[in-house]
Design a protein. Structure first.
Length: 179
């Protein structure tokens, strides 16, 4: 991809992510193109329809959430890294539920995108769990998928909670991860 095309694609993705967060995934694509300072044709060359754009934003979001897990492993002690990432996961699930629901409605659950994202997240969570297990900070039988499900559950349970309520529930769940 040419450098200008790559920059346009990145600008579209960044703008779409912001627009989806502000107005939901039904924001008009022409608005995204205008805000990204590209023509509609440029947007449609990169993303032929809304589903393709939602899918690309979702993949980027999962990539960033996964990368954050690896960064936290390097920055913090194991139990703190796991707790920090879990909080970020819950926040991401709460903030991007519309994105995920739209994508789930548009593409097959057995699609390459969902398989790729599940694999990427599970590997990232495993990178967090392994040092936490070795340090005796979490239950030995805890699996990456357990933590991912718990994060979705907490986010769903806290859909209408304030920050204090979210933190209270997070602290209960995190305490339950300990041996």
């Amino acid at each position: 991809m040419r450098a200008d095309a790559r920059r346009n694609r990145e600008r579209i993705l960044t703008t779409a992510r912001e627009a989806f967060a502000e107005h939901g995934v039904e924001v008009p694509l022409d608005d995204i193109a205008r805000r990204a300072r590209v023509g509609p044709g440029t947007l449609y060359r990169h993303f032929p329809n809304r589903d393709a754009l939602v899918e690309a934003v979702y993949r980027e979001e999962i990539g960033a959430l996964s990368a954050r897990a690896y960064a936290l492993v390097e920055e913090l002690p194991p139990e703190e890294a796991l707790a920090a990432w879990f909080r970020e996961q819950v926040g991401w699930v709460r903030d991007s539920s519309g994105l995920a629901m739209t994508l789930k409605a548009a593409i097959d659950r057995d699609s390459e995108t969902f398989a790729f994202c599940k694999k990427q997240l599970r590997e990232a969570v495993a990178a967090l769990l392994e040092p936490a297990r070795a340090a005796g900070a979490v239950r030995a039988n805890l699996e990456p998928s357990d933590l991912l499900r718990l994060g979705h559950g907490v986010a769903t349970a806290c859909e209408h909670a304030d920050g204090e309520g979210i933190e209270r529930l997070l602290s209960v769940v995190l305490a339950g991860l300990r041996p």
